[in-house]
Design a protein around this ligand. Structure first.
Ligand code: MHO
Length: 217
C-alpha cells in the first residue's frame, strides 16, 4: 500500500489571535500538537523584537501531526478563542491573522473565514496570507505561563531555554498549568506525560484552579 510505511511528517501552522501567551497555552494542550513556539511574523521589518515589533504580529507557530489532528481542527480552536480582533480593528501586534503554509491550508482557512462571517454581524477582519518568515520571540516569552513555576520546571528537568522552546512536554505543561483544555482531555493526557505522582498532583491542582479564570495576558 503506498504510504503505509511512511514516517509521520509533522506539519506547521501559524496563527495570530491576540497576545501570544494565550495561544501558546491553547494550542499546546491540543492532542496531536507536538510543539509550539511564539514569535513575530506577517510583517516586513527585519529582526523584530517585542519592544520593536514593527509591522509584525504576535503569532503562535504550531508543529502538529496531521494524522492526529487536522488543520480544520486547529482552525476551529483559532476561531473559538479570539478575545477581540475578529471584527474590531486593533493594532497589528494583536490582529487576527492566519499564515498558511500550503495551498490546502489556504483553502481551508478561506473556507473557515467564510463560515465565520455567516455567524457574525460585523465584518470579519481576519487576514489570511502566505507564511513567509517567522522570528521566534525572546526566551522569556516562550512557555510564559510555565516559567512562573520554578518548582515544576526543576521537577521535570525543563531547565533550559532550549527545552522551554522545543520540548513537547513543555507545551503541554504550559497549557495545563494555565487551565487550558478540558478536564476530560487533561485526565486522558496526564498518565502519558511521565510525571511523578507529586508532580502530577501539582499540575492537576493548578489546572483545576485556573480552569475558569480565562487565559489572561
Ligand atoms: N498585557 C501584556 C501583553 C503581553 S503580550 C505578550 C503586557 O502588556 O505585558 O503582548
Amino acid at each position: 500500500m503506498p504510504g503505509q510505511l511512511e514516517e509521520i511528517q509533522p506539519k506547521r501552522a501559524t496563527f495570530g489571535m491576540g497576545c501570544f501567551w494565550a495561544g501558546d497555552c491553547l494550542f499546546g494542550v491540543l492532542p496531536g500538537v507536538i510543539r509550539t513556539c511564539v514569535g513575530y511574523a506577517g510583517g516586513q521589518k527585519e529582526s523584530p523584537t517585542y519592544r520593536a515589533i514593527g509591522d509584525h504580529t504576535e503569532v503562535v507557530d504550531v508543529e502538529y501531526d496531521p494524522n492526529l489532528i487536522s488543520y480544520a481542527q486547529l482552525l476551529a480552536l483559532f476561531w473559538q478563542n479570539h478575545e477581540y480582533g475578529v471584527t474590531t480593528k486593533i493594532k497589528r501586534q494583536y490582529m487576527s491573522l492566519i499564515l498558511y503554509h500550503d495551498e490546502e491550508q489556504k483553502s481551508l482557512a478561506e473556507k473557515s473565514r467564510e463560515q465565520e462571517q455567516h455567524k457574525r454581524t460585523g465584518l470579519v477582519l481576519t487576514e489570511i496570507r502566505k507564511f513567509e518568515k517567522f522570528y521566534p520571540a525572546e526566551d522569556y516569552h516562550q512557555k510564559y505561563r510555565l516559567r512562573n513555576h520554578s518548582w515544576l520546571l526543576e521537577a521535570t528537568g525543563l531547565t533550559s531555554n532550549e527545552d522551554l522552546r522545543n520540548s513537547p512536554l513543555a507545551a503541554k505543561l504550559n497549557g495545563y498549568i494555565a487551565g487550558a483544555g478540558t478536564t476530560e482531555q487533561f485526565e486522558k493526557d496526564l498518565p502519558t506525560l511521565g510525571l511523578s505522582e507529586k508532580t502530577a498532583q501539582y499540575l492537576q491542582k493548578h489546572m483545576i484552579e485556573n480552569q475558569y479564570n480565562g487565559l489572561y495576558c
